[in-house]
Design a protein around this ligand. Structure first.
Ligand SMILES: CC/C=C\C=C\CC(=O)SCCNC(=O)CCNC(=O)[C@H](O)C(C)(C)COP(=O)(O)OP(=O)(O)OC[C@H]1O[C@@H](n2cnc3c(N)ncnc32)[C@H](O)[C@@H]1OP(=O)(O)O
Length: 301
């Protein structure tokens, strides 16, 4: 069934749609948000002429979009990618310099207070991805620099193309990375030594090493194949019980940050109510009848 002409055709059309450089009439200046298939939302960083550099508008718009998607029952999974030649060149150095380097305040305490608030707001841009109960699949092609690494480490599944490269570039512009890479990358990549090397030297890491280190789980030959793969994966997720999927994401993140005993305790409290969902019976029945979960009509969540 997977290889049928119709399925392949539909995937190719969807992958092309997902590779486009944006939807007209988007309410966002830096993002194109579309629905390539039922329950799947595609968030495309859409400033290709500036290599998807993250401007002030971008930092705000990501929060708006993910806050909305978190509560939107028509979204069960999100795919994030970049338009044009690369995923992202990181922070927009031109647009952001004045925001960070000329802070307001009458004295050191007030200036510091205001800078802290700004940094916390920038951190929120990627923390909303992690807090969103819908799984987020990120698809990286070409460069993923600086803030791009902060972004992808907040996502649940990372895919890339063979031409992708990743760079924790902050030290090159005089910063200690402050919006998530130093906190999340060590949880993603097993080797602390490799994380330290990448963050302290700002060297580029290419697709094969990204795969062998565990930063990405799959490498595709090109962007079209990657977007088709991302959509296929998103369909697998979107076709399953949203109660099970969202509970799985939330508990995986909780147990990443807690002891096994605390994670088990949280899980027991979680499932004491969630096990009572109709989705368990529906899914078990379909499984016994050897039907795909995708054939089940789950209530919206
Ligand atoms: C609170 C702080 C929060 C977060 C902090 C994050 C830190 C970081 O993100 S550090 C990383 C910063 N990024 C960089 O240093 C990358 C700089 N860019 C490049 O090295 C290159 O542009 C490139 C990404 C390798 C792409 O090269 P190429 O394909 O040859 O394109 P260009 O001709 O260089 O650029 C095209 C166009 O895009 C503009 N641009 C590219 N990157 C940025 C950027 N980071 N900020 C602003 N603008 C960028 C470039 O200026 C060009 O614009 P024109 O108007 O066409 O001149």
């Amino acid at each position: 069934k997977n290889g049928s002409f119709q399925t392949l055709f539909r995937r190719t059309v969807a992958a092309r749609a997902m590779s486009s450089s944006g939807a007209s009439g988007s309410p966002y200046a830096t993002l194109a948000v579309t629905q390539p298939a039922q329950f799947i939302t595609h968030v495309e960083i859409n400033r290709p002429e500036k290599r998807n550099a993250m401007s002030r508008a971008f930092w705000r718009e990501m929060v708006d979009v993910f806050d909305e998607l978190a509560g939107n029952p028509d979204c069960r999974v999100v795919v994030v990618s970049g338009a044009g030649r690369m995923f992202t060149a990181g922070i927009d150095i031109a647009d952001m310099a004045s925001d960070i380097l000329q802070p307001e305040g009458d004295d050191t305490a007030r200036v510091s207070w205001n800078v802290r608030k700004k940094i916390a707001a920038y951190q929120e841009t990627f923390s909303v991805i992690e807090r969103c109960p819908k799984p987020v699949v990120v698809a990286v092609h070409g460069a993923c620099i600086g803030g791009g690494v902060d972004l992808i480490t907040a996502c649940d599944i990372r895919l890339c193309t063979q031409d992708a490269w990743f760079q924790v570039k902050e030290v090159d512009i005089g910063l200690a990375a402050d919006v998530g890479t130093l906190q999340r990358l060590p949880k993603v990549i097993g080797s602390r030594s490799l994380v330290n090397e990448l963050a302290l030297t700002a060297r580029k890491m290419y697709a094969d090493e990204a795969k062998s280190s565990g930063l990405v789980s799959r490498v595709f030959p090109d962007k079209e194949a990657m977007m088709a793969g991302a959509l296929e994966m998103a369909e697998e997720i979107a076709g399953r019980s949203p109660v099970a999927i969202q509970g799985t994401k939330i508990n995986l993140i909780y147990s990443r940050d807690h002891s096994v005993a605390e994670g088990l305790d949280y899980m027991a409290s979680w499932n004491m109510s969630m096990l009572q969902t109709d989705d368990v019976m529906k899914s078990a029945q379909a499984s016994m009848q050897k039907k795909s979960p995708k054939t089940i009509a789950f209530s919206k969540l």
